[in-house]
Ligand binder design. Structure first.
Ligand SMILES: Cc1cc2nc3c(=O)[nH]c(=O)nc-3n(C[C@H](O)[C@H](O)[C@H](O)COP(=O)(O)O)c2cc1C
Length: 279
């Protein structure tokens, strides 16, 4: 299910320029006299008419305050309200006007929100997170996360994987120490999740475990949570510490928590370098 809100405009090109250049919306669809713009999960249509729709507020929200600050700087020459925290709605925000006097708001929530990313955003924006806020992940969020994690593919639908959510401080310290610098991010998070698989349930339990782990990292990102795949955790001492049978596989033990950093994307090979068509 998806949707578009359409508004009337008397100056489609000016509106296009403002929303694409200033606010980084992308053109999702061009129609005869309408244009549909996209910003995350927001689809906003503008249709050329003799009147202008100016009612309501168009709100853009961001995952961090810094992004709201950046928008404030970017709109510096426009009339706008002060940047401030709003206690009632638990947001950090400011208002401005678009070229046709519509009210546009820029905000970030000061509390965790339910998932809202689109598929492409989820895949493109995911990062490995190694620093975390000192904030608990609620049981409600954890249950939602494990609920969607069940939809990972597995060989013959064997579902040979399982998760262990660890918040015991001593155990976190131990897990963080086993691979020194490589595993340190575990101790900076409120919890760690071991993603394991059971060979008695599938001949392909290693693949099942790895795919379940990646599925989990994406699901976590969708809830605004950061993870970091820590490699080399399929070890005797890790299994002993967590009570995992030695014959089981540990795909990874990832820290899990609200990101306290926003890493830039690492460099990626060009698309043409990673694909060969055999036709
Ligand atoms: C198999 C595998 C093992 C990894 N091992 C570690 C690790 O031990 N410690 C760590 O901090 N990051 C580890 N990473 C995270 C990578 O460094 C990271 O995915 C890569 O730099 C790309 O960055 P991105 O995930 O933010 O796109 C691992 C990733 C994978 C897929």
């Amino acid at each position: 299910m998806a949707g578009i809100i359409f508004l009337k405009t008397r100056n489609k090109e000016k509106v296009r320029e403002f929303y694409t250049k200033k606010i980084n919306m992308t053109v999702w669809l061009e129609q005869k006299d309408c244009i549909v713009l996209k910003h995350g999960n927001l689809l906003l249509g503008f249709c050329a008419r003799d009147e202008i729709d100016t009612q309501g507020i168009i709100t853009f929200f961001y995952s961090t305050r810094e992004e709201v600050d950046n928008m404030y700087d970017k709109l510096k020459e426009r009339e706008k309200t002060e940047l401030k925290e709003n206690e009632k709605y638990q947001i950090y925000h400011f208002f401005a006007k678009d070229p046709e006097n519509r009210v546009v708001e820029f905000q970030s929530f000061l509390h965790p929100v339910n998932s809202y990313l689109t598929g492409d955003e989820l895949l493109i924006t995911r990062r490995s997170i190694r620093y975390f806020e000192d904030r608990k992940v609620s049981d409600d969020t954890l249950w939602k996360l494990f609920e969607v994690s069940r939809y990972t593919p597995t060989s013959r639908n064997s579902q040979s994987y399982y998760f262990l959510a660890v918040s015991d401080k001593k155990k976190l310290e131990f897990l963080a120490s086993v691979r020194e610098k490589s595993s340190t991010p575990i101790v900076r998070a409120p919890l760690a999740v071991a993603i394991c698989s059971n060979p008695s349930k599938s001949k392909r339990h290693i693949q099942d475990g790895c795919i379940a782990a990646y599925h989990f990292t994406l699901a976590a990102w969708n809830f605004g949570l950061g993870t970091c795949w820590i490699g080399g955790m399929d070890r005797e001492d890790v299994k002993e510490a967590l009570g995992i049978p030695q014959e089981h596989y540990v795909a990874t033990v990832t820290p899990l928590g609200y990101p306290a950093e926003q890493p830039e994307p690492g460099s990626r090979r060009e698309t043409k370098e990673i694909i060969q068509f055999i036709r």
